[in-house]
Structure formats: C-alpha cells, structure tokens
Design a protein around this ligand. Structure first.
Ligand SMILES: N[C@@H](CCC(=O)N[C@@H](CS)C(=O)NCC(=O)O)C(=O)O
Length: 270
C-alpha cells in the first residue's frame, strides 16, 4: 500500500490562497490560475509524494482541466481530462489542477493551447495537449505500474462512445441508433466474457482508463435523457462499469452527475 506524505512547500496558506485553492483528501490542489501566473510567494502548493512511484517528479504536474459548470471550484465533466487524471492517479503521480471555464476561456489558457481544448499538462517545462499524447508520454516517462495495452486490444470498445452520442442525439426511436449502440456493447460484453474482467485481462490498462469515463457519461446521460440503462442481457459490461467506477482513482477524478447532464444538454436539444 502506498503512503501519502503531504509536503507543504511553505509554512501557511494566505487568505488569498485559501480562496483560490481547495486542497483535497489526497493533497491534490485546485486552482483557477496556473502556477506560473501566480505571484512568487503568494501561492503555496501542497504536494503529495507517494512511496510506490520511485521516479515521481519532485513537484506536482500542472494540468488544465474543465471546470464544473454547476459548482464553483470543482472538476468538470471532460472524459478526456478524467482519462489523464486516472493515469496520474494509477501511477501515483502528484498533480495540481488548473480549472478552466470552457465557456469563457481565459487568455492565459489560450496562450498555453491555442486550440482551446483540455486536457493540457506541463511536461518537461512544455505544455502538451491531447489525452492520447499525454497518456503515452506519462507511460514512457513513468512506466510503473505498467498501463500499456497490447495493440491488438487497444481498440476494443472504441466505437461505444460515438454510437452512444448517436443514440443520445437521436429523436427517432426507429433510426437504428439504439441498435447500433447495443451491437457495440454486445461485442464488448463478449470480449469481457472471454478476456475480462478488464479489456486486457486481470489488470487495468490504458484502454480501460480511456473507456471508463466514456461509459460513465453514457450511463448518466442515457439514464437521464432517455431513461435507458445497460440491459441485464450484458452482465459483463454491467460488472465492468461497476468495477471501474468503484476504483479509488475513479471516485477521486469523476465529474458530478449534474455536470455530465448539463454538458450533454446542448447535444440533446440540438
Ligand atoms: N482529442 C482530445 C479531445 C479533448 C476535448 O475535446 N476536450 C473538450 C472538453 S471534453 C474541450 O476542451 N472542448 C473545448 C472546446 O472545444 O472549445 C483529447 O483526447 O484530449
């Protein structure tokens, strides 16, 4: 089991800092301004060092993620951000969150990433965007515990998210979008039956950390907007979601259901 050692980099938090930062259970710090833009001496990060990750960096990674639209100073509903956070959590790498209001992107954020998309993480003093690139870079730099998925399994379940969106947006119950989703979930169920409990067998791997947040969105959004749930005829998919959603790493990094519902509303109404 890992031990968490909280290392305040300065003795006390100022009132301003308390206003901006929300230290969490695991020592992760929420901030609305990136570290390089805060005045020297006015912001102190709490870093968490984990004994299990021998090559952990001395200071936490800075990562820009979507902010909640329903509750101030909370992580928002971006499955790509959660994927990266899950990777950091599973590798026990410390990080500070920069919460970005995507409806009103701040100038500092657009300077970091002109595309205006999250997640973006600072790696070796450079800001790097895109969850595919970020998770691969983390795997290369911090190989323990190994999370790589063999190439032949890396695209298992990869059509579930797009078919979920098709069904969610659909206004015609007979347009085949529900069946398309069921077909994808059914193939996934077969794969898990023969290879599970995770996509690559007994251990969680990168592909699960990518798919898990998408299935979380699927469950919440389809439950809310269509009163639709993964059917009992797909028990391996049902256990898979329960298993992934109950991991500590998932609980720490998941979005609020209200944010997931709010996030999909424009697509449902379009
Ligand atoms: N391919 C990107 C997708 C990232 C992405 O689409 N992020 C959304 C939030 S879930 C975003 O930043 N949207 C803001 C925008 O498009 O303006 C990744 O894997 O990181």
């Amino acid at each position: 089991m890992s031990t968490a050692r909280i290392q305040p980099t300065a003795s006390a938090l100022s009132t301003t800092i308390k206003h901006h930062l929300r230290p969490l259970r695991n020592g992760v710090v929420f901030t609305t301004t990136p570290r390089h833009l805060t005045r020297h001496g006015t912001k102190r990060a709490l870093s968490v060092s984990m004994s299990a990750s021998a090559s952990a960096p001395p200071i936490p990674f800075e990562i820009c993620v979507k902010a909640s639209v329903t509750v101030p100073d909370k992580l928002g509903d971006c499955p790509f951000c959660q994927r990266v956070l899950l990777t950091l959590e599973e590798k026990q790498l410390p990080y500070d969150l920069n919460l970005v209001d995507l409806a009103n992107k701040p100038e500092w954020f657009l300077k970091i990433n002109a595309d205006g998309k999250v997640p973006v993480i600072k790696l070796d003093e450079k800001w790097v965007a895109d969850s595919d690139i970020i998770t691969q870079a983390l795997e290369d730099k911090y190989p323990e515990p190994p999370l790589g998925t063999p190439p032949e399994k890396a695209s298992i379940g990869s059509k579930i998210f797009s078919t979920f969106i098709g069904f969610l947006k659909s206004k015609d119950p007979n347009d085949g979008t529900e069946q398309a989703l069921l077909n994808e979930l059914s193939s996934f169920n077969d794969h898990l039956k023969d290879n599970g409990p995770f996509i690559n067998g007994k251990d969680v791997s990168a592909v699960d950390l990518s798919l898990g947040p998408k299935l979380y969105h699927l469950e919440i959004a389809l439950g809310h907007y269509k009163n639709w749930f993964i059917p009992d005829s797909l028990p391996y998919v049902q256990s898979y979601t329960k298993n992934i959603f109950s991991r500590d790493s998932f609980i720490k990094t998941r979005a609020l259901p209200e944010d997931v519902i709010a996030g999909w509303r424009p697509k449902v109404l379009a």
